[in-house]
Design a protein around this ligand. Sequence first.
Ligand code: ARG
Length: 435
Amino acid sequence: MSDLLWQKPGVAVDADIQRFLAGDDVLLDREFFPHDIQASAAHAEGLQRIGILSVDELQGLQRELATLAEDFRSGAFVLDARFEDGHSAIEARLTERLGDAGRKIHTGRSRNDQVLVATRLWLKEKLGRVSMLSRGVARVALDRAQAERDLPIPGYTHIQRAVVSSAGMWWAGWAEAFIDNAVRANDTLTLVDANPLGTAAGYGVNLALDREHTTIALGFARMQVSPVYAQLSRGKFELAALEALGGATLDLRRIAWDLSLFTSAEFGFVALPAQYTTGSSIMPNKRNPDVIELMRATHASVAAARSEIEHLLSLPSGYHRDLQASKGAIFHGFGRGLPALALLPSLLANLEWREDRLRAALDSGMYATDVAVEAAVSGVPFREAYKAAAASADTAGRGRTPEGSLSARVSPGAAADLRLDELRGRLDALEGQAP
Ligand code: ARG
């Protein structure tokens, strides 16, 4: 391993203890490495602006940081157990290439604010992606709601047939859900969009760091002002980001459940394109909806990541090494969540309803609510109308059609008035302010 940044002369390092301390941290840091390099360049600029580095030194650092980023991308530089962590690797490389300029880079910073700034830069990207993917899902759902607004499907409560519904209503529900998920991702991005670089170990530093410059250079909307809060917020903003992701994966789990039911032979409402299915190793007849099932399983990983961080945050103020474990949690959560969400728009766009099966699933009892409400409109007290409709539930709906039932559903947002333009307006506004 390269020299430990903090090693004291005469204190031997025990290999087993070092292995325990190291864990897989340096490997996890691969995920952050480009962001750590980016923040190191901004920090170096800030140091030059206050006279700690010469222009030549800054130029050398900028050049070597760019080369390191490129070497990492191409695989010419591998971040591995030769280094304690990604932060040490950057300093070691700069020192090896530049000598004193490399030895100066850590002036006024700590790995504590280094990891914070890298995490925030990383999460801003990921939340932007949650927002974008949620908007993509909403867009497909809205288009299909428009196209299939009059296609009758059963509406269920308790997985029991309840009333006549429409594909339009089903799609519009998911559209509004994913618009909300995009809003939440954007709001959380605003929370995360604050620069902790320059707060050092959590108590500031006796140096007039140019924090305004690093804030602008790194594209943050604002500075995180309190160094104490910079550390207190670690874990908390990761948790908020996972909650935003979890809003989307929770809906993903529910839509996957619907599709799992609808694609079964028992329902037979939806045909899933073959590329979304797999076979069985023993049962030659099987076509299994594994993609849908793994989508449904995704929320478990996001929830587990949230739970891990929530348990970690049982700490007094200030930095603690415990906080390091938040990294693995966000990588796991976003590593599972984003690929699942990314597949959803095309999956939804490719579903095919089986209209014969949908029609066959509509029975006359499903008009009983319409019958009772109509009687109430004509003056019968609703509870009386309800009892009368219940007594003749199987016959009261005779002669009624799904189309008639749907076109009478005139309350705002219901079948005859899905208000898709309103939803589209919200979605367009979100696209306009896309992160
Ligand atoms: N890998 C560490 C983390 O994620 C970096 C900060 C280390 N700081 C320290 N004081 N040991 O928290």
